[in-house]
Design a protein around this ligand. Structure first.
Ligand SMILES: Cc1cc2nc3c(=O)[nH]c(=O)nc-3n(C[C@H](O)[C@H](O)[C@H](O)COP(=O)(O)OP(=O)(O)OC[C@H]3O[C@@H](n4cnc5c(N)ncnc54)[C@H](O)[C@@H]3O)c2cc1C
Length: 163
């Protein structure tokens, strides 16, 4: 299947899902079956539960409203036509956001925006670096901040110590 790097280079779009699925099946990363029940057997999970889950999801699609997970309407596509596919996915936490409030010198500030002397934060420990959307297509957005906030904090610490 497409790696995150390939995915980003392709403009964050799966442009040919059929060949991607074919490749996934060949590589043993995607499973396919003619019925939901057969797919459940292949996955070694309860067929009744999977069939019920798919039925519930399809009802959301038919109603154009996901009452289970509040999925965006534009992505609601019913699962009705075989083949049915399954792929193991995993979740990765890349960064944390919304940490300690800082100023441009990486000094930690309190709720009233006053500097707490001698306290510094940078990298993922610092908050307010990005807005409400993480810019995943901006290469090095977090790494560069981690490195440079550390550098700036170091400079600020030297000044604080009078060196
Ligand atoms: C899979 C993955 C992919 C990523 N890809 C990108 C990318 O392509 N581009 C990009 O810009 N960013 C990327 N990031 C994010 C980037 O790695 C982080 O933003 C960056 O590493 C944050 O640096 P940091 O120094 O704030 O924290 P960290 O790198 O987490 O460093 C914190 C350090 O503190 C140590 N520590 C924790 N607790 C203690 C303690 N109590 N005492 C002493 N030491 C402690 C930890 O062991 C660790 O070494 C990725 C992250 C992940 C997980």
């Amino acid at each position: 299947m497409t790696s995150i790097g390939e995915y980003l280079q392709a403009g964050s779009r799966l442009t040919d899902i059929d060949s991607e699925l074919e490749r996934g099946i060949k590589e043993g990363k995607v499973l396919a079956a003619g019925t939901i029940e057969d797919l459940a057997h292949t996955l070694k999970i309860d067929p009744g539960t999977l069939a019920e889950t798919v039925k519930e999801y399809n009802a959301c699609c038919d109603n154009n409203y996901d009452f289970v997970m509040a999925k965006d309407r534009q992505y609601l596509h019913a699962i009705k036509k075989p083949l049915f596919f399954a792929q193991k996915l995993s979740v990765v936490i890349g960064i944390t956001e919304g940490g300690i409030k800082i100023n441009h010198r990486m000094e930690v500030i309190d709720n009233d925006f006053n500097v707490i002397p001698g306290l510094y934060a940078g990298g993922c420990a610092a908050g307010g670096v990005v807005g409400d959307v993480y810019p995943i297509v901006t290469t090095g957005a977090s790494d560069s901040f981690a490195v440079n906030s550390g550098r700036i904090a170091g400079e600020s610490i030297l000044k604080y110590l009078g060196k």
